[in-house]
Design a protein around this ligand. Structure first.
Ligand code: ADP
Ligand code: MG
Length: 259
């Protein structure tokens, strides 16, 4: 069984977990998703299947509107499938009540979006501490864990800055620290470097890859950047409502463990 230990300040990396476990962390079977829109029914997924093993770092590419964000939302219990089963971190996310879905996300999922969505009135350190405060961790402990994560993302001297006083790359680093402060099993990143220049995007990706390996995460990254996709364990293309393996340049690809 995979334990679901609550986060604690200074918790040890999860690397051992990855080598011990070879069970799928994500198992999506026969997923269908349709939206009712003013112009009729929009079918996004038709019999979509996906299996992701512990420790994998999977890239998902696809045209705008293909359903990449919707797929991450379903995996992260932010949206519900129309049919099919979605097991994510040992949980059938389709059956969760809104309250249980919120607890599941807080415990198991680190989410990073294209835009940082940091709260402007709080300091970077407070922003990172928020997921722990939301689960009832005492303030002093939450801030100590947040300070550790600010160090992990190389921003230990920016804790008192407000988001508006940080560069785009720094804001994404803080968003990463906030996503991971609760020690989730899964990192879901939706175009996390999409709003950054090429050099900064490469650095943020390097950081994601390092945190992924060091903390034994299972990660799914939506990206338009084929170079970054090629650096993931494997890459998939979402097209026509289904996922297919995507060949990436072999000399560029390497396993997440080597990153
Ligand atoms: N809640 C919703 N209701 C209706 N249509 C939606 C909803 N969410 C997304 N869509 C539509 O589903 C399609 C896929 O959206 P999305 O998952 O955001 O694609 P991607 O991230 O690949 O660009 C788009 O055409 C979008 O307009
Ligand atoms: Mg999207």
């Amino acid at each position: 069984m995979i334990e679901t230990t609550p986060a604690a300040a200074g918790q040890a990396p999860r690397t051992a977990r990855v080598t011990e476990l070879r069970v799928p962390v994500i198992q999506v079977s026969h997923l269908h998703k349709t939206y009712q829109t003013a112009r009729g029914e929009l079918t996004l997924f038709r019999d979509l299947n996906l299996q992701v093993e512990a420790g994998e770092m999977v890239a998902i590419v696809g045209q705008s509107g293909a359903g990449k964000s919707t797929l991450l939302h379903i995996l992260g219990a932010l949206d519900a499938p129309s049919a099919g089963t979605v097991y994510c971190a040992s949980t059938n996310v389709a059956t969760l009540t809104p309250r249980k879905a919120a607890a599941f996300r807080n415990r198991e999922i680190g989410y990073v979006w294209q835009f940082h969505y940091l709260l402007p009135e709080f300091t970077a350190l407070e922003n990172v501490a928020l997921p722990l405060l939301a689960r009832g961790t005492r303030k002093q402990e939450a801030l100590a864990a947040a300070a550790n994560w600010m160090r992990e993302v190389g921003l230990e001297d920016r804790g008192e800055h407000r988001p508006g006083e940080l560069s785009g790359g720094e804001q994404q680093r803080v968003a990463l620290a906030r996503a991971l402060v609760s020690n989730p099993r899964l990192l879901l990143a939706d175009e996390p470097t999409g709003d950054l220049d090429e050099v900064t995007a490469g650095r943020v990706f390097d950081l994601i890859a390092r945190l992924h390996a060091h903390h034994g995460l299972t990660s799914i990254l939506v990206t338009h950047n084929m170079d970054l996709a090629a650096r993931c364990t494997r890459a998939l293309r979402l097209e026509g409502g289904q996922l297919a393996a995507l060949a990436t340049t072999p000399q560029m690809g390497h396993s997440a463990g080597q990153i």
